[in-house]
Write a protein that binds this ligand. Structure first.
Ligand SMILES: [Zn+2]
Length: 249
C-alpha cells in the first residue's frame, strides 16, 4: 500500500530559488543584489520584498510582471480607502414643535416676542401649587411651556445676558437676560434647557428672537419643558399677562 508522503515544503522554494539564481546569474548587476533580494522573495513573498524586487526591473529577470501588478493593486487600494469628506454633525440639532396650542400668538414684528414662534401648551402657570417633585418649588414663579424637547427658545427682547449656568443646579441649564422695556428693568429667565444647547455667555448683547438654547429637562424638572420667568426690578411676576400685554396677542 502506497503511503502519500507530504511533499517537503522546502522543495518548491528550493526550486524557485534555484531558477531565480539561474536567471539572475546572467548579469553582473543582478549578482550584486542577489544575496539579499532572492531570500526576501522566495521565502516569504511578503510586501517588504516588493521594494527590493522593483529595483530589479531594469535587469533581465522575471520580476517585472509582479512589480507591475503590485503597483496596480496599490492604486486600487488607494482609491477604495480614500475616506469620504466628513459630514458636519450638530451636537443637538434643533427639532420642530411636537406640540402646539392656541395659548398665545406671537407677533414677529413686535419689540417684545414670546419665547416660541407659535402658541404652545402651558402645563403650569404662575402661583402656589402642589410641588410636582421633591425639591420643586411650591410657589411657581413662572410658566411651564411644552413645545417638545429640543425646540429652539428665542429671547423675548433686545438686552444683555446677565447670568448663565449650571446644569447641576435647580434651574438646570439656564440664562437670565436683562432688558429695558417701556422704561422698566425687566429680566427674562429661561430654565431647564437641553444640555449643550446654551448659545449665549454673560455680557452678550442679544436681540429679540436670538436663540438662547433649546427645550430640555435639566435641573429640578420632571419632563422636557421651558420654565419661563419674568422679573420686574428683581421681583417675579406672572409672565402670562405681562407677555400678552407687551406682545399684544
Ligand atoms: Zn416651572
Amino acid at each position: 500500500m502506497r503511503s502519500e508522503r507530504p511533499r517537503p515544503r522546502s522543495s518548491t522554494a528550493h526550486i524557485r530559488r534555484f531558477r531565480l539564481r539561474s536567471l539572475l546569474a546572467g548579469t553582473a548587476a543582478a549578482l550584486l543584489v542577489a544575496p539579499f533580494a532572492i531570500p526576501a522573495f522566495a521565502d516569504t513573498g511578503e510586501p517588504d520584498a516588493v521594494p527590493v524586487i522593483r529595483t530589479l526591473e531594469g535587469a533581465q529577470t522575471v520580476t517585472i510582471d509582479a512589480g507591475a501588478s503590485i503597483g496596480a493593486i496599490a492604486r486600487e487600494q488607494f482609491s477604495v480607502t480614500t475616506p469620504p469628506p466628513p459630514k458636519p454633525v450638530l451636537p443637538s440639532a434643533p427639532r420642530g414643535y411636537t406640540s402646539t396650542a392656541e395659548t398665545f400668538t406671537n407677533n414677529p414684528d413686535s419689540a417684545v416676542q414670546w419665547p416660541f414662534t407659535q402658541g404652545v401648551p402651558i402645563s403650569d402657570g404662575f402661583g402656589y401649587r402642589n410641588a410636582p417633585c421633591a425639591g420643586c418649588s411650591s410657589l411657581h414663579q413662572g410658566l411651564d411651556m411644552n413645545p417638545g424637547a429640543g425646540t429652539p427658545i428665542q429671547i423675548i427682547a433686545d438686552g444683555v445676558v446677565a447670568e448663565v449656568g449650571n446644569p447641576s443646579g435647580e434651574l438646570g441649564v439656564y440664562a437670565i437676560v436683562d432688558h429695558a422695556i417701556d422704561g422698566q428693568r425687566v429680566s427674562s429667565l429661561y430654565a431647564h434647557m437641553l444640555s449643550g444647547s446654551l448659545r449665549v455667555q454673560v455680557g452678550d448683547q442679544v436681540k429679540v428672537t436670538d436663540i438662547v438654547g433649546q427645550v430640555g429637562n435639566t435641573g429640578m424638572s420632571t419632563g422636557a419643558h421651558l420654565h419661563f420667568g419674568i422679573l420686574i426690578d428683581g421681583v417675579a411676576v406672572d409672565p402670562f399677562p405681562f407677555m400678552k400685554a407687551k406682545v399684544g396677542s
